[in-house]
Structures are given as structure tokens and as C-alpha cells.
Design a protein around this ligand. Structure first.
Ligand code: NAD
Ligand code: GLY
Length: 389
């Protein structure tokens, strides 16, 4: 790392994109109270808030008050919470709502919520009147460390995850870390899968730091802001070098080829699997697959799975409630991945912790054998670990 360090609040991470598309990510407690003034400084008369029912009840009025105090008129569009809103129907609901509010190009669309709301509102903003400015106010750990930054917006199709979308950068990101105090334990864990991901991709020292400090992120110590800032710095650097994923940005998809397939196979049903849980299983699989191919020490794959499990995350296909089908079902779902080239899957594999790389064109029979082995794995504790009766 990139050792995380304590700074005055709010921390600021700049995303230095060209042509006036650069923006700041502000990170700190209580930012919703000053959101109105910060958004008014961007210009415009009105801000339309897109949020979900859970977040609206917790933070909607507070954000609206702040906008009002800054002289920004606002309207609110509320979708159902969960992944199922990132759909054609959810997209139509948000676009129709924005049009009914007469949102113009000079106005702001404000995404208040987790990654679902951010991706959905961002895609609506990208396409409404061929492009309206938007601001991200991420309220889940996952959205603060990942989805609110970098301009990927979109929805899911029945045939695959995030297959309909656009690149549309926000004008500002306000990560109010106090909002994480109301996030459920399960969603904190899910977001933590994306935190650990940054260490596993290219920053072994950050993974060491996560192993030592993850509890502080959950409990709301200074480690929380430090981790969000470290992740945003890492993501901002990658996005600045490769905004449209022509190359290294694909590394940010570590664990996602497997994870997205699991989300599709569980019908985008957040009760069964949320995105971060899919990423956790996918990350553990990516490391075990790397070890099986002789690319990565088995010890590293074990260390990754142990840490994710310690943080309460699933690391095995068997952990998917209701199951996820057989190896062929998984391969078929993965075949819709955006990184597929000429029908061949591209995985993000690793030579070790912090040494991930893009691996295109893998051997299909090797992939099938690996998945069959994973699905057949006997996960019962070995006799010497069984408690004696
Ligand atoms: P989410 O948006 O569904 O939020 C998780 C749950 O937490 C929801 O039920 C929500 O209502 C609730 N919630 C959010 N903030 C809360 C708060 N402060 N207090 C209480 N409850 C709160 O899911 P997510 O994990 O935030 O995001 C997952 C989505 O992000 C997926 O669709 C994934 O594909 C997408 N994603 C996008 C990118 C990108 O670059 N665009 C990157 C990573 C993930
Ligand atoms: N989370 C993947 C990306 O933003 O590229």
C-alpha cells in the first residue's frame, strides 16, 4: 500500500479524468448534511433523488432538507430494495419518474443508496435526454468502496448480469460513512468482499492491513474511512488509466466471472445471494483455480478463503442457498460474461496475493473439471477435527 493513514475529515480522493470530467470523492461522517451546498456548487436548479425504500426511510428526508437549504428543488423516485430493481422494469420506472419530474439536462440526478440504486440511477441519467449530470451518495460499504466510483452504470438482463449499460461518470461522490451504521451485518460483509479484493488484485500490503484491521471497518473506527479512501484511491487510479476497460480495468472483476454467474443462477434474488457474497465465493474460486493450474501457491488460496470466512463470507459453491446447478449450468451462465472473447472465458487469476492478472482463453475441459471438483468437494470436517462424542 499505499498505507492508509488518518487525515482530516472529509478525506478527498480526486479522479483526474480529462475534458472536464474529473471529480472528487469525499469520504467522512455526516456528509449528507452538507450535500445540498456541495451539489449547489455544481450549478443547476433542481436535483432528483433516486433511492430505494429502505434508504429513503433512513436518509431521504435528511438529504432533501439539505438540498432545500441550499436552494435546490428536489423530487424523489423510490424503487424496491434489492437486486431485482436493476431490471428493465426498474429502469423504466426511474426514467418515467425523472421525466414526470421534468428533469432537464442542467439538473442533477442524485443516486442515494447502495450499488443497485447507483447503477440504476446512473444508467437512467446516462440515457435520459441523452445524458443528465449525476451525483452519487453511496450508503452501502460496497457502493462506497467500489460501485459509486468509475462511471460504470447499468442493469441486469434475464440472460446475464450488467449486460445493458453505459459509462457515465458522476460529477461528485459523497460517501457519508455514518450511513454504514445502519447497514445490516450481512450487507457490511458483502461490501467487505470488495474491500479485500483491492488487496488481492495488486496490493499485498493492503490485504495484510485488512487482515489486521477488518473489525475496525465493521465497528466504525477510523479504519472505516481509511479503508474506503484506500479502495477509492486504488479504483480511481485504475479508472484514470483505463476508463473503458480496454485493459487493466478488467482486474477489478476479480471473482466476478464466477460471482455474476451465481447471481444469475439465483435469479438476482437478494434473499438467496447478494452481489458481494457472489464476489466472495468467486474470489475464493479464482484463487483455488489459480492454485490448481499451478499458478499460485495453495497456501495463498487457503489464506484468502480463511480471511473471507473469518469475516463471515461464503467461499464455496455449496454455500449458495438452494444450490447453483451443475458445472454446465455455471459454464453456460459464465458464457454471457462481458469479458468473453470468441466464446472463450477470460478469468482474473492470480500468481499470489496482490498478483492478479487477466487470463484470456482458458481450456474449457480444465474449467469444467475444476467446477466439478468444487461441487463434489467433501466439506465435512476431517475426523480429527470432529468433536468427540
Ligand atoms: P444494494 O444497493 O442492494 O444495497 C444492499 C441493501 O442494503 C439494500 O437492501 C439497501 O436497501 C440496503 N442499504 C443500503 N444502504 C443502507 C444503509 N445505509 N442502511 C441500511 N440499509 C441500507 O447492494 P450493494 O451491495 O450496495 O450493491 C450491489 C450492486 O452494485 C450490484 O448490482 C453490483 O452489480 C453493483 N456494482 C456495481 C459496480 C460498478 O462499478 N458500477 C461495482 C460493484 C458492484
Ligand atoms: N467493479 C468493476 C469496475 O468498476 O470496473
Amino acid at each position: 500500500m499505499t498505507e492508509p493513514s488518518t487525515h482530516p475529515v472529509p478525506l478527498t480522493v480526486h479522479v483526474p479524468l480529462d475534458a472536464g470530467r474529473d471529480y472528487d470523492i469525499l469520504i467522512g461522517r455526516g456528509l449528507i448534511e452538507t450535500a445540498g451546498a456541495r451539489m449547489a456548487a455544481l450549478g443547476g436548479r433542481r436535483a432528483a433523488i433516486v433511492t430505494d425504500e429502505t434508504v429513503a426511510a433512513l436518509y431521504g428526508a435528511r438529504l432533501q432538507d439539505s438540498l432545500e437549504r441550499a436552494g435546490l428543488g428536489s423530487g424523489v423516485i423510490t424503487v424496491a430494495p434489492g437486486e431485482s430493481s436493476k431490471s428493465y422494469a426498474g429502469y423504466a420506472q426511474v426514467c418515467d419518474g425523472l421525466l414526470a419530474l421534468r428533469v432537464e439536462r442542467g439538473d442533477l440526478v442524485v443516486a442515494l443508496g447502495g450499488g443497485v440504486v447507483g447503477d440504476l440511477a446512473g444508467f437512467a441519467a446516462a440515457t435520459l435526454r441523452r445524458g443528465v449530470r449525476f451525483v452519487q451518495v453511496p450508503t452501502s460499504l460496497l457502493a462506497q468502496v467500489d460501485s459509486s466510483v468509475g462511471g460504470k452504470t447499468g442493469i441486469n438482463a434475464p440472460l446475464g448480469k450488467n449486460l445493458i449499460g453505459a459509462f457515465h461518470q458522476p460529477r461528485l461522490v459523497l460517501a457519508d460513512t455514518a450511513t454504514l451504521d445502519t447497514l445490516s451485518e450481512r450487507e457490511m460483509r458483502a461490501g467487505y468482499a470488495e474491500v479485500a479484493k483491492y488487496g488481492l488484485i495488486a496490493d499485498a500490503a493492503f490485504f495484510d492491513w485488512c487482515e489486521a484491521n477488518w473489525r475496525g471497518i465493521f465497528s466504525g473506527g477510523p479504519e472505516r474511512e481509511e479503508a474506503v479512501a484506500a479502495c477509492c484511491r486504488a479504483k480511481a487510479a485504475v479508472v484514470t488509466r483505463d476508463e473503458r476497460e480496454d485493459g487493466e480495468r478488467a482486474l477489478l472483476n476479480l471473482g466476478h466471472t464466477f460471482g455474476h454467474a451465481l447471481e444469475r443462477l439465483t435469479g438476482y434474488d437478494s434473499a438467496r445471494l447478494v452481489h458481494g457474497e457472489g464476489v466472495a465465493i468467486g474470489t475464493a474460486l479464482a484463487f483455488r483455480f489459480s492454485a490448481r493450474l499451478g499458478l499460485c501457491p495453495g497456501q495463498d488460496a487457503g489464506r484468502v478463503a480463511n480471511h473471507l470466512a473469518l469475516a463471515g463470507l461464503p467461499t464455496r459453491l455449496q454455500a449458495v442457498p438452494g444450490g447453483c446447478g451443475d458445472a454446465d449450468a455455471l459454464l453456460d451462465a459464465m458464457a454471457q460474461d462481458k469479458k468473453v472473447r470468441d466464446g472463450a472465458l477470460t478469468f482474473i487469476l492470480a500468481r499470489g496475493i496482490g498478483q492478479s492478472f487477466i487470463a484470456p482463453g482458458n481450456d474449457r475441459s480444465e474449467e469444467r473439471a475444476f467446477l466439478e471438483g468444487e461441487l463434489d468437494a467433501d466439506l465435512r470436517p476431517s475426523p480429527r477435527h470432529r468433536p468427540s462424542l
